[in-house]
Design a protein around this ligand. Sequence first.
Ligand SMILES: Cc1cc2nc3c(=O)[nH]c(=O)nc-3n(C[C@H](O)[C@H](O)[C@H](O)COP(=O)(O)OP(=O)(O)OC[C@H]3O[C@@H](n4cnc5c(N)ncnc54)[C@H](O)[C@@H]3O)c2cc1C
Length: 495
Amino acid sequence: MISLRRKTDIAVVGAGLVGSLLSIFLARRKFAVDIFERRPDMRTESVAAGRSINLAVSTRGIHALKKAGLDDDVLKHAVPMRGRMIHPIEGQLAYQPYGKDDSEYINSISRAALNKTLMTHAEETRLVDIHFNQKCTGMDIDKGIITLFNEPENQYADVVANIVIGTDGSASAIRQDMCKQKSYQCTESELDYGYKELVILPEKNGEFKLEKHALHIWPRGTFMLIALPNFDGSFTCTLFLPWEGPISFEKLKTPEEVGRFFKEQFPDAVPLLADLEQTFFDNPTGHMVTIKCAPWNVEERVLLLGDAAHAIVPFFGQGMNAGFEDLTILDQCIQDHIAQGGALYINRRSRENEQETLSRRIQEGSSGWARVFDDFVAKRKIDTDAIADMAVENFIEMRDKVAVPKFQLEKAVEKILQKEFPGSYLSRYSLVTFSNVPYSFAMKAGIANDEVLAELCADITKPEEVDLKRAQTLLKTKVAPLLEQHSEELFVSAR
Ligand SMILES: Cc1cc2nc3c(=O)[nH]c(=O)nc-3n(C[C@H](O)[C@H](O)[C@H](O)COP(=O)(O)OP(=O)(O)OC[C@H]3O[C@@H](n4cnc5c(N)ncnc54)[C@H](O)[C@@H]3O)c2cc1C
């Protein structure tokens, strides 16, 4: 049975990271929001936090948290990661700093703790109501009606909303209904790799068993293990492995196979991993997908944000950061609209007077939201497409290129250029992670960097042979003019 339950001005579907922070941004502008979340309340019930136990938050994410006044609250429970610690099968660990100095680092935070903090702050605004156990099963886009299923009560309900914002993640129910619209474009490219989370517990005295301020990587050509520190002294490890093939999840079907594989490939991690075989089979194996769709909005009626609009593979640590940056940019579009004298109001609508509302909307024109949404999508899509492509490239880089001597030479020369020409050479990683420049610009600058590196490395075999004079000229002609375009957004520290 479906009951017509309620009406709402702005319905946000999904109280994950992006949905919760979005509602705080909207409440700060005095809009009332109802969030409908599929899961129970994770603050009072034990709920799996979903994908990846911890996440790296960097400049773009922090910038959005700062705008919402939450950066200090969130970062006090973060563990700074200042570089990568590479674990070879044999031999010495190798440490590679992330930034030009100690001021540039990424932060490991607990997904669940962050989500809980955001939900609590949202509710504290008193303009946000979060409704749990409300799984959206679909949306009638023309009528602005979302259908919700309350699993514990086995009950469906309809909600009539003037504006619906889908922040329901990569498998978004809202996006699926948008896909039914005529000439809607959507591609979902699944990676032929899966991931599995494992854990390294803290020492008995609570100390970290590995270097605390690093993201640990065990790169093995076609697969890898990584570990991020948690605030409680543990590490969450993630194994990225092909689904099929000679070394793959399909070959790890028994505890013996898992134990043997880890002993061969990650010998120094084995004594640290807690209940390896048990955890391996208890934990689910996750999928990774890139989603590109267009448009993200239908007039003012519906808008997609975060993973619902642009899920990416996790190899740049930017999915959540990009979702948070959506909010900074959307908020800026609202600000611009208001600054230009535009109004923003809610076109009240209900099922009963649907026809009347539609004709009134035609007479009155847009409430302003359609303009804001159009402006946001026009500005933002090019950048999320760029980070989606860069994340896949980074995956290929980590998987195939790291072992290639030419690539290693170019990376070593890149380090020299960063040191010798601070501010004139910024790696693509730095531009993505430690600045707020548009992702599409980081991609463009990365291509220019690659050209410079290829030229400088064409006739050398060792990094110290690099011709610094030639480097200076190349940077001046190929890179500097680009960097000047975004000089203001470039030098932002990690916090
Ligand atoms: C292994 C891995 C590692 C990652 N590491 C990083 C990292 O280091 N840094 C980073 O920035 N990003 C990282 N990401 C990406 C990041 O997890 C996502 O980009 C981020 O979670 C997106 O937030 P979201 O709110 O858009 O979606 P989600 O976090 O997926 O939240 C969606 C919410 O909607 C709810 N929901 C779903 N369907 C419905 C429905 N039908 N009805 C109602 N509610 C619904 C869900 O329960 C959830 O609460 C990683 C991802 C993976 C898989």
